[in-house]
Design a protein around this ligand. Structure first.
Ligand code: SF4
Ligand code: SF4
Length: 174
């Protein structure tokens, strides 16, 4: 059987699971949330008072770039297709170009992770935007090497954000 585009693209990507595209994703309800907690996923409610059940990202089920609970993943994951995947399915974007865009996004995300680590943030359990925003809001001090790394972090976040808006989520992404 020929591989699907999900096989070709998603299994080498994982950007909608690893905290790069999203910080959290809404589940269909608390019944599903309990099932996901049993599988080891990190679930929180959005207002701390029994509100909407939210799957926290980076998702603990992501191993490398693939989902370790694929057969039991929640509805939001079964139904989500990013703009790039849809464009590739519709032939609007050639598969090779979609692969290049995924590779570029992964390369930029890896560089951002490395910069955050070098700047002292090793908390990989938080979404990328949250970590970068917290780092960039800190006092830079006068060490030129730190100042340069922070400038690169800001530039990489900006470039990644543009790529995500253009190719993965459309311009509704903030
Ligand atoms: S971001 Fe798009 S291409 Fe990447 S895994 Fe998610 S749906 Fe697939
Ligand atoms: S359950 Fe699987 S598909 Fe859903 S966010 Fe986690 S790793 Fe991704």
């Amino acid at each position: 059987m020929a591989p699907t585009l999900t096989d070709t693209l998603c299994t080498r990507c994982g950007l909608c699971c690893d905290g790069t595209l999203f910080g959290e994703v809404e589940l269909s309800g608390w019944a599903e949330a309990i099932q996901m907690e049993v599988l080891g996923l990190n679930i929180e409610d959005d207002n701390g008072e029994g509100g909407r059940a939210m799957l926290q990202q980076p998702c603990t089920a992501l191993k490398g770039t693939t989902c370790s609970v694929y057969a039991h993943r929640p509805k939001c994951c079964r139904t989500f297709e990013c703009k790039l995947l849809q464009d590739a399915q519709q032939g609007v974007v050639p598969v090779e170009l979609a692969q290049q865009r995924i590779a570029e996004a992964l390369r930029r995300a890896r560089r951002i992770h490395a910069l955050l680590s070098q700047l002292g943030d090793k908390d990989k359990g938080l979404p990328l935007k949250e970590r970068a925003a917290a780092m960039l809001s800190r006092d830079a001090g006068s060490d030129q090497a730190i100042v340069d790394k922070r400038a690169e972090l800001g530039a990489e976040m900006s470039a990644l954000g543009k790529l995500i808006r253009k190719s993965f989520l459309g311009h509704g992404w903030r």
